[in-house]
Design a protein around this ligand. Structure first.
Ligand code: ADP
Ligand code: MG
Ligand code: ZN
Length: 480
């Protein structure tokens, strides 16, 4: 039967990202997400006969920014085409897009997985308009909201350089981080401002040619993209091994079953009858314009990582995790500037807050100043680490002030040797078996005493002092 290990998946991604310009790409309609259906439309984006599109230069500037962030060559001449197809969410029956003259070409994005670092090629980035949204309403049938018609999109097409679900996810994460840093999109998978199509074929390891591929459309989470890769890889290998062949197909991934299902036989470019858009002039960019955008480009994730690592003495891995999310990096930097315990701030952020953050996007209601105050308490030894973690959880949930809470609830660590010694002796006296076990060489018995003291002090004992004192007391001859 099939041996998955004899094969490898070959994966290329097409990612659509909505640009957060205030108005649409070919008309002045607003692009606000979540407005009542069909309230942000005009004859141009509805494609009424005779309406004339005008290009939003801001959309071009944003697309150039994205292209530069992904190390692309920016074309000084690019142009728009019509891609003709009929679909209910596209009243015009064609989409304005860039076909053979895209704005950006030949970029790359670095990804990192357990297998190491790798550069993934970016074939092209082009500008196009979004379509409307179909709302499938059980009672009323299918409804159409045209607010999204004409919202500017960039499509980022990768080379077929990815070889696993992990690489696919790493690519999507790195891409999202890079775009978020440029500020040209909010990249929200759940609001559809970032959407991903996965193209996948398989081949025997060692082969260099490309096999026939299928395309999984509109995966709306990184996890689903990874699952679609795993399922589709297995399905294609099994199909080939059982003597079948892979057909060029568009398939749908169903998160409920984790499987992919055929939607339609893939159409070719010819089917769309592309032709140059007659109502729009080409996009001409002067070298100076491109250079001005390059000069205004904010720091990207790689530079941020290096800067965080150097400035706050963070391990490379921690700096990478934090810099990988611009919102987290901004928040961390604001907190780290206000405390001397920047490593602790990084540990708490990575260990606690990333876990508590509700979505793929980092967001945290704790003001950076409060985080800094918490790190000061922990770093100076006024509270111990379990207390700090508990406090942080309450800061997120209830917005408590750490300094005030420590004072009011008496949460400071007990570091007073005499007080701890009394607690240890009391706990030992109540546990003669532990003491004799320890004396007989079972040194792990000390842990029971330590645990008891922690419990009796409400978790406030300084754990380092407590561990050391407990050992010392248990070793002393008088205690038998
Ligand atoms: P189309 O325009 O028909 O979607 P493209 O040639 O633009 O086709 O490719 C789309 C995506 O599919 C790209 O990301 C590319 O890397 C990927 N791709 C192309 N051929 C293969 C293949 N044989 N296996 C896996 N991915 C592929
Ligand atoms: Mg395509
Ligand atoms: Zn409009």
């Amino acid at each position: 039967m099939s041996n998955l290990n004899d094969y490898e998946p070959v994966i290329g991604l097409e990612v659509h990202i909505e640009l957060s310009t205030r108005s649409k790409v070919f008309c002045a309609c607003p692009t606000t997400f979540g407005a009542p259906p069909n309230t942000q439309v005009c004859p141009v984006c509805m494609g009424l006969p005779g309406a004339l599109p005008t290009l939003n230069r801001k959309a071009v500037e944003y697309a150039v920014r994205a292209g530069l962030a992904l190390h692309c060559e920016i074309e000084r001449y690019s142009a728009f085409d019509r891609k003709n197809y009929f679909y209910p969410d596209l009243p015009k029956a064609y989409q304005i897009t860039q076909f053979d003259r895209p704005l950006c070409r030949r970029g790359w994005l670095e990804i990192e997985t357990d297998a190491g670092k790798k550069r993934v090629g970016i074939t092209r980035i082009h500008i196009e308009e979004d379509a409307g949204k179909l709302i499938h309403d059980g009672a009323r049938g299918t409804l159409i909201d045209c607010n999204r018609c004409g919202v500017p999109l960039i499509e980022i097409v990768s080379e077929p350089d990815l070889r696993s679900a992990a690489e696919t996810q790493a690519y999507l994460r790195a891409l999202r981080a890079a775009i978020l840093y440029t500020g040209v999109s909010d990249c929200r998978m759940n609001e559809g401002s970032m959407r991903c199509d996965v193209n996948l074929s398989v081949r025997r390891k060692g082969e260099t040619g490309l096999g026939e591929r299928t395309e999984m459309k509109n995966l709306n989470s990184f996890r689903f993209a990874a699952k679609a890769v795993d399922y589709e890889f297995r399905r294609q290998v099994e199909t080939l091994e059982s003597g079948g062949e892979i057909r060029r197909q568009t398939r749908r991934f169903d998160p409920a079953t984790g499987k992919t299902y055929p939607m339609r036989e893939k159409e070719d470019a010819e089917d769309y009858r592309y032709f140059p858009e007659p109502d729009l002039p080409p996009v001409i960019l002067r070298e100076e314009e491109i250079e001005a955008i390059r000069a205004s480009l904010p720091e990207g994730p790689a530079a941020r990582k290096a800067r965080l690592a150097a400035r706050f003495s963070l391990p490379e891995r921690d700096a990478a995790l934090i810099a990988g999310d611009k919102a987290a990096a901004d928040w961390y930097e604001a907190a780290a500037e206000k405390t001397a315990y920047q490593r602790l701030a990084a540990n708490l952020l990575i260990g606690e807050l990333f876990r508590l953050s509700p979505s793929e996007e980092f967001s945290c209601p704790v003001p950076p100043e409060a985080m800094a105050a918490l790190c000061d308490l922990l770093g100076a030894g006024e509270i111990n680490s379990p207390t700090a973690k508990k406090l942080l959880g309450r800061m997120v949930r209830d917005g408590i002030d750490p300094v005030k809470t420590v004072r009011e609830e008496n949460l400071a660590q007990i570091r007073d040797q005499a007080a701890l010694e009394r607690e240890i002796r009391r706990a030992a006296a109540e546990r003669p078996k532990c003491v004799s076990d320890f004396k007989n060489g079972k040194t792990a018995a000390a842990k029971t005493i330590v645990g008891a003291v922690m419990k009796n002090t409400g978790g406030r004992a300084d754990s380092a002092i407590l561990a050391e004192l407990t050992e010392r007391i248990l070793r002393s001859p008088e205690i038998i």
